[in-house]
Write a protein of this length. Sequence first.
Length: 160
Amino acid sequence: MTLTITAQGTVKDITVQKSSGYPVLDKAAVACAANWHFKVGNQHLLSTIVELHFGMQSVERSQIGGDLTTDILRCVKGSQVLDRLPAGFSGATDLYLAFPANAAPGISVYHASGVAELDAVAMKCAQASPALAKLGEQFRASSLVLPLNWSAIPGLLSRQ
């Protein structure tokens, strides 16, 4: 991607230079990049190329990826969102995580569960997790997809 960065470090324009081959991944990458903030040393617009490598299987085998998933699940359980899910809900949220070399991690929804509030809470929980920074160190200049299959987590959706 080529990004135009303002003097304040925000992203003004984004152009996908080389597609991943999957339009939904490209869209998720652009959504993440739109929220990045860069440290800039001058007062002019600048352009930078950000190259992200997709490594979707790596996060599932990573202990830190497991820590992030655990943090997200704990946080979601602590929210009220599960109480408001429709009866019989069976869904999954896949989060797209991007770790550029020169900006903070970005998170967007790659695959929505069908319940926007649940997806938003999952994103906020991921952003608040200490494991996100550790995962970013491990996967610097990469991007990955973190699957959260809500219905496959024992006891998560059971009504009490």
